[in-house]
Design a protein around this ligand. Sequence first.
Ligand code: DX5
Ligand code: ZN
Length: 222
Amino acid sequence: MTRPILISASILSADFARLGEEVRAVDAAGVDWIHVDVMDGHFVPNITLGPQTVRAIRPHTAKTLDVHLMISPVDRYLEAFAEAGADLMTVHAEAGPHLHRTIQAVKGLGKKAGLALNPATPVEAVDYVIDDLDVIMVMSVNPGFGGQSFIENQLRKIAALRARIDATGRDIGLEVDGGIGPQNIARAVSAGANILVAGTSTFKGGPDHYAANVAALREARG
Ligand code: DX5
Ligand code: ZN
């Protein structure tokens, strides 16, 4: 089965002093989605940005804003990210005790809902919420920082989740986040991923290199 393969550029590796320009530049370079990493210094050991920044970048692209919420608690902030212009909001299975309620809240705001699984979280975490999901995201690094190495055993998790998604018969995206580059994108796609987050590998070298970086990812994906 052939499915479209999407590149979601993680702006964590962008120049934050020029975020609007950076978003326009990677949009023009041909990425499919813009991946926005929200970190709270509590769920993950780093702090990045909030709804105000999502609102600020929204006018700079018409592409999907793929908002990755690495925050706990998360429910009380969903409305603000929805109003700021998120298209997809991905929450972590590990971020709170009432995941089903959180996913219902995202859907209730009229947004696409994603579920992220940390590297040690088993695939079974999706079982009783899969019917409400638009995206399942495999964290192939521990969340918190860009530029980390891909954890190889997550390929098995991608394959297991692909089987679960196909069994539903629904068009649920399978996203992989962390350490993706031309060296491993084909293996992630063969395992069953169809949305590839790329931070370091999109932004490396600065704006003159974005088009070539994205082309290298597309060529290598096989
Ligand atoms: C990590 C973030 C990732 C990260 C990916 O917590 O969720 O989106 O920015 O960056 P690279 O592609 O550099 O691994
Ligand atoms: Zn991310």
